[in-house]
Ligand binder design. Structure first.
Ligand code: ARG
Length: 407
């Protein structure tokens, strides 16, 4: 009888290579590997494709989804100014739903009943994969070999790999756990697990040390249409190209490093370092343009919604109804977000130094303290009287009760 099939999200690294043999030998499954290129650095995709076959996969698929990642996930993250806990630009949380989308599609195409991933049991990524898969195809079963196998230590895993003829490239053991994609890079574990330790210089790949960066500023104009980045210095580019170009400019000026403690969904506080030069620059520019173009109440309400959106995405709920409805709300809010923002990069900083828009709500004649002022100052006194009326009534009542100034 033909064996059941399993589609494995494959990275080319040791864990997911061992997963192939584990699924074959422990679960009696035929394994199809899927390596999704979301823009990870250093990925020798052809090498990894062959490696999966050498490790026993019956089929090894490599998929370039960098533009889809940019046009779907990154565009939505920009519209939402997506920052979990107001600081983490969600890079891993953005890639998992896209990898899951393709895992499910390939599983359906091959008639596979199972999908698998190589996440451990302590992180957020396992949650994101599994919740996304459930949302996209509730009949598929997810296997998480690394969470259940009894290869508890690195040496045990290497011994299993060697016993099954799996090539082990780096025997020394990894220094850090790294996840990266077009939006940025996450670095954790190793000596970073002591939050007092300064991140060593060698963890950074996309950003230079600010102290070594040029003393002269680099200015860039980012163009947006409907909240989406569309150009750099007037040149029309795809979202992916814009991110890549800004990564280069921001990174070489030392901008985009983060070192922070964050609250994982699974209840752990963890120390995380990130590099998101282009992404953070885009969010900075986007916010500046929204300030100019989005009506006050809409902007204020959006700030609450952004917080919720980032939390939902971090928690693995990309395909949940609330998250998707918020995307539609943000899309509506972005219709007026058109124009250009001038960014200045200098020694680790990114500063907005100008913004302009044809759909701007900024009215010079209302704002000016110079000649040409059209603001009706006469209405200010009446407005303030009524605005402050509840406070006045309350204060009088407090005074009458002899508890003046107390709540
Ligand atoms: N803490 C981040 C998150 O949960 C980054 C995770 C990075 N993943 C990894 N396998 N190193 O989104």
């Amino acid at each position: 009888m033909a064996r059941e099939k399993c589609v494995l999200a494959y990275s080319g690294g040791l864990d997911t290579s061992v997963c192939i043999q584990w699924l074959i030998t422990q679960k009696n499954l035929d394994v199809i590997t899927l390596l999704v290129n979301v823009g990870q650095e250093d990925a020798d995709l052809e090498f990894s494709r062959k490696k999966a076959l050498n490790c026993g996969a019956i089929e090894s698929i490599v998929l370039d989804v960098r533009d889809e990642f940019a046009d779907d996930m990154c565009v939505k993250a920009i519209a939402a100014n997506g920052l979990y806990e107001n600081k983490y630009p969600l890079l891993s949380a953005l890639s998992r739903p896209l990898i899951s989308r393709h895992l499910v599609r390939v599983a359906q195409e091959y008639g596979a009943k199972y999908v698998a991933h190589g996440c451990t049991g302590k992180g957020n990524d396992q949650v994101r994969f599994e919740v996304a898969v459930q949302a996209l195809d509730p009949e598929l079963k997810v296997i998480a070999p690394v969470r259940v196998w009894d290869l508890h230590t690195r040496p045990e895993e290497i011994a299993f790999a060697e016993a099954h003829g799996i090539p082990v490239e780096a025997k020394k053991g990894k220094l850090y756990s790294i996840d990266d994609n077009l939006w940025g890079r996450a670095i954790e574990c190793g000596m970073l697990e002591d939050p007092w330790n300064e991140p060593p210089a060698d963890i950074w790949r996309m950003t230079s040390d600010a102290a070594d960066c040029p003393d002269t500023p680099t200015d860039v104009i980012v163009g947006f249409a409907g909240g989406k980045p569309v150009s750099i210095d007037g040149e029309a580019l795809s979202v992916r190209e814009i991110i890549e170009k800004l990564d280069e400019i921001a990174g070489s000026n030392g901008y985009g490093r983060l070192d922070q403690i964050e609250n994982r969904l699974v209840g752990i506080k963890s120390r995380e370092c990130y590099e998101v030069p282009g992404g953070l620059a885009l969010i900075t520019a986007h916010k500046a343009l929204e300030d100019l173009c989005v009506e006050r109440d809409l902007l204020h309400f959006k700030l609450y919604a952004e917080h919720k959106w980032a939390e939902l995405v971090y928690y693995g709920l990309w395909y949940s109804p609330l998250k998707m409805a918020l995307d539609e709300f943000f899309a509506a809010s972005q219709k007026s977000v058109n124009g250009e923002v001038r960014l200045r990069f200098l020694k680790g900083t990114c500063t907005v130094i100008g913004r302009r828009s044809e759909t701007s709500l900024y009215d010079y004649n209302l704002a000016t303290y110079e000649e040409g002022d059209t603001f009706n100052r006469d209405s200010a006194a009446g407005f303030i009287e009524q605005w402050g009326l509840p406070s006045k009534v309350w204060a009088r009542s407090r005074k009458a009760s002899g508890v003046e100034g107390q709540i």
